[in-house]
Design a binder for this molecule. Structure first.
Ligand code: B12
Ligand code: SF4
Length: 450
């Protein structure tokens, strides 16, 4: 007979997601699983309930098996649901993830001593509410902590809407130590590791890597510096070890970078990392769900990326307007896109594998500026992606967004979802947005056919 463990039982909970549409573009609970690894190393027995498990059999029997792709991306099981009272949309709203009763029975079986619920986009908060509700219904006395992006950007809303015992913001490491001490749990030692808990179900199809933490830039529309106060330079050896660990244990061959600023400090991080990858010759595939900075993409980096197995390059172009960059960010000189496309192309990337992100729908932004940016980017022969602005609490543009927007952004985070197009005005109407989206679609089809 096995011995009964006396280790404290920690439950990590990834909530389901409520949204109009959701595609799994390497969406993983990376932050939460870093904590899991830390606490496992500190002597905790760690359990994980994945509300976004796309392989959960009972859910898939009922809702249908979601379509998945060989690069580890794909769909999640979806159930139609209604929007809360007072929130209206013509689009169908959905709940993505594992059925509630299945999650409930998993949580019950674990019988935890302490629970961590993570959070992502602010407008996904309803899933966090559901996860905390399940935990509190089953184990009213067990401390429930929430953390992550929504918790950090809207702590008061998070406390009120979820009723969690703790909303952890700022310095996660210190906060956890204080809370654990107050509850007489063993206080974890050392630092939160860069690497996440190794779970086959999570990492087999696609792994997540992050070299640099945070970003040295401070764009008015972005929360990067709120989530990570100081830019932390990456360590190529540690990232490579994590890659080898996932590849060795689970055969993972697709890897996505979560960096906000992957190419910053490149001589010490991404370049040596890619050299190690090339030398080991493991036939891996790399993806960039987040865009990289144009000004740091030099010849050497482009060549290393191509040789290491990058399947695509996404570029943070945002706009062709110099006024835009003067107003909101200070990212790069105007003609950098042309230089970078040529550099990437010479390194072996087809134009069809390069995408420029353009930001549309910022408060007061004229639609004609966005149209010009789309045309300029597309004239280089690459693909274009129109990233629709989502107002992010506590950023520089937040106050302006609240002033302009007729929707109650502070009270109801669902309205941060760009599906509501919260910043429409007479200089950028819903019709203008539809026109721009169609234009992007057509231009991209034409590029493909060239
Ligand atoms: C990777 C990423 C993506 C990926 C998706 C992956 C994902 N996980 O969601 C992609 C590229 C698809 C994406 C898309 C978008 N994104 Co994005 N994305 C990010 C990014 C860079 C990382 C997110 C992440 O997972 N971080 C991992 C973190 C959580 O790990 P960590 O820091 O190590 O975690 C620590 C703490 O958070 C904490 N913690 C975490 N969980 C818990 C739990 C407990 C209990 C405790 C105590 C602590 C704790 O402990 C961890 C260890 O120290 C963030 C920016 C950022 N710097 O975070 C933006 C960000 C989340 N995205 C943002 C936006 C705006 C978008 C888009 C809308 C962009 C657009 N206009 O198209 C789209 C929308 C996608 C959609 N489906 O709706 C915004 C958030 C907006 C919002 N309203 O909430 C952010 C903040 C960037 C920004 N512009 O400010 N994104
Ligand atoms: S460069 Fe990118 S990640 Fe950095 S602050 Fe600007 S938008 Fe955010």
């Amino acid at each position: 007979m096995g011995q009964i463990s006396t280790k404290p039982r920690l439950l990590l909970f990834q909530p389901p997601i409520y949204d109009f549409a959701l595609f799994d573009l390497f969406l993983k609970p990376y932050g939460l699983l870093r904590l899991g690894r830390w606490l496992k190393e500190s002597g905790y027995e760690v359990f994980f309930v994945n509300g976004l498990d796309y392989n959960e059999a009972v859910t898939n029997d009922l809702l249908g098996v979601p379509r998945r792709y060989s690069n580890g991306t794909g769909k999640f099981p979806r159930m139609r649901t209604s929007l809360p009272h007072g929130v209206n949309s013509e689009r169908s709203f959905g709940r993505y993830g594992v059925l509630t009763n299945i999650m409930k029975s998993k949580v019950k079986e674990i019988n935890p001593d302490i629970i961590f619920v993570t959070s992502g986009m602010t407008y996904w908060y309803r899933g966090v509410v559901e996860a905390v509700e399940i935990c509190k219904e089953l184990f009213p006395e067990i401390p429930v902590l929430t953390g992550g992006i929504y918790a950090n950007l809207m702590p008061d809303h998070c406390k009120l809407s979820t009723g969690a015992d703790y909303v952890v913001t700022g310095n996660t490491e210190e906060s956890i130590k204080i809370i654990f001490k107050a509850h007489s749990f063993p206080v974890p030692s050392g630092k939160i590791p860069t690497g996440p808990l190794m779970l086959e179900d999570v990492w087999k199809d696609a792994g997540v890597l992050r070299l640099n933490e945070g970003c040295p830039f401070h764009c008015d529309y972005c929360a990067s510096d709120l989530l990570c106060k100081n830019f932390i330079k990456g360590n190529a050896e540690i990232a490579f070890e994590l890659l080898l660990e996932m590849h060795g244990r689970f055969g993972t061959s697709n890897f996505a970078f979560y960096d906000d600023a992957l190419l910053v400090n490149s001589d010490k991080s991404i370049k040596p990392f890619l050299e190690m990858v090339i030398q080991k010759n493991l036939q891996l595939k790399f993806y960039l769900p987040n865009a990289v900075h144009l000004q740091f993409l030099d010849k050497e980096t482009a060549s290393l990326m191509e040789r290491a197995g990058f399947q695509e390059i996404r570029l943070g172009y945002e706009s062709s307007s110099s006024d835009f960059h003067a107003d909101y960010d200070d990212k790069f000189p105007e003609d950098d896109l042309f230089r970078v496309v040529e550099t990437l192309n010479n390194a072996g990337f087809s134009k069809n594998s390069i995408t420029a992100y353009i930001l549309g729908g910022l408060p007061g932004q004229p639609w004609r500026d966005v149209e010009r940016s789309i045309k300029t980017a597309s004239s280089t022969g690459i693909r274009v992606s129109l990233a629709e602005y989502s107002p992010v609490p506590r950023t520089t543009l937040w106050e302006k967004s609240i002033d302009i927007c007729p929707l109650p952004l502070e009270k109801e985070p669902l309205f941060h979802n760009n599906s509501f197009f919260p910043m429409k005005w007479e200089g950028y109407t819903a019709e203008n947005m539809t026109y721009l989206k169609n234009m992007v679609r057509e231009l991209n089809v034409n590029q493909k056919n060239l």
